[in-house]
Design a protein around this ligand. Structure first.
Ligand code: NAD
Length: 321
């Protein structure tokens, strides 16, 4: 059944050893939950949750969502699932047509089936702005439609949303679906800032930027993201709850490049562009989510896109030097 206090109980975090999942795990432990992290460590890192391993009421299960026995066993006596595990690499969509089908859609189906069999009645799902495709309304609200994703990643996340909402209605599973803007912060292992730092380490005189550099998107710091998730879960209780989570402004790829260059203490770096509006096939060049629904609930971001980028660049540069 739905636990009375949704912030407490025995919580399963799939993908809890990844970037966002490990920050979520930190917060869930901080507020006194028993947490079970389920992760196959394909892109996660055990070091991100090392500090919890010896703690009471913490369990790490190295398991794969594609293995039905693994996930079914992990769902024993669970009150609440935060389903964070996925392959989050949008760019892969253009070169591998199978990965998001398996790692996102089949993996989510296996989890929902395990929940149904083990009587777990609450799920949080980490979805994405890419389900909107190239929205003509910006900032894009949750009820925007039709939803026409332009990457297989976006399509897979939309399919996961549909599976979750139908399981909610068919099997009394309460769900929270969060459509994220770009989330950044310490422990980021992928995305534009990680990419730029890597390129500038290889060649401190030159930065290649994908597309024309004018792509303009919303970025949010991971601490705000985790705050928003926990806030919405404790303040909403419909059968299906869908929220956008992002900052209220955007930043361009070129500006991010300038910030990374400055934070690395480099000078006279030449920028070159691969050209075109998009960084890659399936890239949405302009993205800003309406967060009015979250604001009406009482949550607001504390970071702007620029502040999130500055803080992340500085942290990642320090931790990689
Ligand atoms: P991440 O790669 O750091 O985390 C994903 C985690 O899932 C990793 O620890 C990985 O090992 C685990 N995992 C993957 N496949 C698995 C499987 N089959 N079985 C068990 N574990 C598995 O990525 P992230 O950036 O932290 O993203 C977390 C979630 O948020 C994803 O669902 C992603 O789609 C979503 N999201 C992220 C962003 C972003 O900007 N980072 C934006 C929108 C949505």
């Amino acid at each position: 059944m739905t636990p009375k206090n949704k912030m407490r109980g025995r919580i399963l975090v799939t993908g809890g050893a990844g970037f966002i999942g490990s920050h979520l795990t930190d917060r869930l432990k901080e507020i006194g939950n028993e947490v079970v992290v389920f992760d196959n460590l394909c892109s996660g890192n055990i070091e991100f949750i090392q500090h919890h391993l010896e703690k009471p009421n913490f369990t790490f299960i190295k398991g794969d969502l594609l293995n039905k026995d693994d996930i079914e066993a992990a769902c024993n006596d669970i009150d609440f699932v935060y389903h964070v595990a996925a392959n989050p690499d949008v760019r892969l969509s253009a070169v591998d047509t199978q990965v998001h089908l398996e790692q996102n859609i089949i993996a989510t189906y296996n989890l929902l089936e395990a929940m149904r069999k083990k009587n777990v009645y609450n799920i949080v799902f980490t979805s994405t702005s890419t389900v909107y495709g190239e929205a003509s309304t910006i900032p894009t609200p949750e009820d925007y439609g039709p939803l026409i994703p332009i990457s297989l990643y976006g399509a897979s996340k939309l399919a996961c949303e549909a599976l979750i909402t139908s399981y909610s209605h068919s099997f009394d599973i309460r769900s929270w679906i969060f459509r994220f803007a770009n989330i950044i912060g310490s422990r980021s292992t992928h995305g534009i800032i990680v990419d730029f730092i890597g390129k500038l380490k290889d060649d401190p005189n030159h930065l290649e930027i994908l597309g024309d550099g004018c792509q303009s998107k919303s970025y949010l710091h991971v601490t705000d993201c985790v705050d928003a998730i926990l806030f919405a879960v404790s303040h909403s209780n419909d059968a299906v709850n869908i929220f956008n989570i992002g900052s209220e402004d955007t930043i361009t790829s070129t500006k991010i490049g300038e910030i990374v260059v400055e934070e690395m203490g480099l000078e006279d770096v030449r920028f070159s562009y691969t050209g075109g509006q998009r960084g890659w096939k399936g890239d949405v060049p302009r993205m800003l989510l309406s967060i009015e629904k979250m604001k009406l609930l009482g949550w607001e971001p504390s970071y702007t896109s620029e502040k999130s980028v500055l803080e992340t660049a500085s942290t990642l540069i320090k931790s990689s030097s």
